[in-house]
Design a protein around this ligand. Structure first.
Ligand code: 13P
Ligand code: SF4
Length: 341
């Protein structure tokens, strides 16, 4: 049995379970991907939760907001999106003429699944005064039904910019929605969806870790439950989590989000220590089990699948023209509000 707060041991166990690719194989794949990138005039965008090998190869690694800003301005002909399906769809909506590739077409999201477009349309029909704010973690069809999109990096700004005379409907993440509602004081109807990976974090486990490391700052993603957000020194998007740790004078951080983010944190702050928040009751686990939170969808992309999708020009994101057209406006509205001072 691992000691409750022996988090570094758990992190090492996690690495042992997911050993890095042998160097020769990684180098060969890297060379092939770089050659395909030149041949296709492609840009490689990766989310902060992607496996380290992909992050190290990407042209840009960031949060959902940064990735959509990059997608909106890239001169590349092909966008290779190392993230999940809704992210690649967003890139396609912003670039209908370009080829957008996703290494694994099954890389979905529990938030996207929680909000089918027909159910959203039925709820919207109950109140013509609804102003629908959709978290970017939703399908293109849901985006097409929305007035504006937000990410965890700009949700507060987007809600503050909403027309004061409209009734706000926030979909699909109830935890992010609740957090923004608390911060802005703006009443909102919340869709009852959540991120299956973030709701696994529980107050007791984070508290036990903080007791063992009292000088550590607690950095929490807003998709987490309120009982965990209440323990945070800062609640913010993945990109802000990284910049907070980089600029903070503190040296130790308890990181409450998907564990893929630790790669960039350790790379950018080699002299600081990052502790993965445990997601289970650690006293009841076998000692070789992983206690970090991983999103099974984000981890579907691998270096091999990345190479294969560039070789085959597939899987490609395709969307009906009407959805492409209608989903574009709320995304552009988000980008415009985000760029305001
Ligand atoms: P951000 O990187 O935008 O904070 O989003 C986190 C997330 O869960 C993406 O699926
Ligand atoms: Fe969706 Fe959660 Fe995975 Fe992000 S971490 S892609 S919100 S399931």
């Amino acid at each position: 049995m691992i000691d409750v707060a022996d988090n570094l041991t758990a992190t090492l166990a996690w690495r042992a379970l997911r050993p890095p690719l042998p160097a020769a194989q990684r180098d060969a794949l890297t060379q092939e991907i770089l050659a395909l990138k030149r041949e296709l005039n492609a840009v490689l965008l990766a989310h902060n939760y992607q496996v380290p090998e992909i992050q190290d190869l990407a042209d840009y690694v960031g949060d959902s907001l940064g990735l959509s800003q990059q997608a909106a301005q890239t001169p590349a002909d092909v966008i290779v999106f190392c993230g999940v399906h809704f992210m690649a769809e967003t890139a396609k909506i912003l670039n209908p003429q370009k080829v957008v590739l996703l290494p694994d077409a099954d890389a979905g999201c529990s938030l996207e699944e929680s909000c089918p477009a027909d159910q959203l349309a039925a709820l919207q029909a109950t109140n013509p005064n609804f102003w629908t704010i959709a978290y970017i973690n939703c399908s293109a069809a849901v985006k097409a039904l929305s007035d504006v999109i937000c990410t965890s990096g700009n949700a507060e700004k987007i809600v503050r910019a909403a027309p004061p005379d409209r009734d706000l409907l926030f979909v699909p993440d109830e935890n992010l929605g609740e957090w923004v509602r608390e911060r802005t004081g703006r009443p909102m109807t919340l869709w009852r969806g959540n991120c299956y990976a973030h709701v696994e974090f529980r107050r007791d486990n984070v508290l036990k870790l903080r007791e063992r490391f009292p000088n550590a700052r607690v950095v929490v993603h807003p998709e987490s439950l309120r009982e965990v957000r209440d323990l945070a020194d800062v609640v913010c998007s993945t990109e802000r989590m990284i910049s907070y740790c980089r600029t903070s004078p503190d040296r130790q951080f308890i990181v409450v989000t998907e564990s893929g983010i630790l790669h960039r944190m350790q790379k950018e702050c080699p002299d600081k220590e990052f502790l993965c928040a445990p997601v289970y009751d650690v006293m009841r686990m076998p000692s070789d089990a992983c206690r970090c939170s991983e999103c099974k969808y984000m981890k579907m992309n691998t270096l091999e699948k990345l190479r294969d999708c560039m070789r085959r020009r597939a899987p490609q994101i395709e969307l009906p023209p009407a959805i492409l057209e209608r989903a574009r406006l709320p995304i552009e509205r988000m980008l415009e509000i985000s760029a305001r001072p």
